[in-house]
Design a binder for this molecule. Sequence first.
Ligand code: HEC
Length: 131
Amino acid sequence: MNRLKLILFVAGAVLVVSGCGAGSNTGSNNSTAGQAPKQLVNIPSKPASQIQLTDTSMPGYKLFQQTCASCHGPKGQGDYGPPIYAIGQYWNTQQLTAFVEQGRGGMPPRGGLTSDSQVQQVVVWLEKQGK
Ligand code: HEC
């Protein structure tokens, strides 16, 4: 009987330990920007000539042309990267910031920009697109 108690005790301890291990495995990225969306939006593709970008006098637009357009196209119509010309309809500033900061798959962190403040400028512009 004592032996059985010992076995039960050991089994219980193992369960507790493995439970703790699973619980501590949350949120490896503690960025204040929030959580990047898990899924891509998949904006329908459209010919560049039919896309009307807005607020192209903003500094973020220039940064977009210099850095993001090589993969997403000059109108955000998509190329190597997916279409993003209407991303402001789907993602808010926090979601865009988190996504661009981290990058994903074939997209480098910060989308190739060199500073957080540049990311912020692009995001402020991008957030207006498609509205
Ligand atoms: C080297 C190519 C490359 C560059 C440069 C790049 N991207 Fe991307 N981007 C991608 C790829 C590839 C994806 C899709 C990632 C995936 O499949 O997980 C993506 C996805 C995205 C998405 C999500 C689109 C959706 O449908 O949900 C956004 C938003 C985005 N990029 C914005 C930017 C911005 C803003 C910049 C410039 C600061 C940028 N990207 C620069 C390649 C690039």
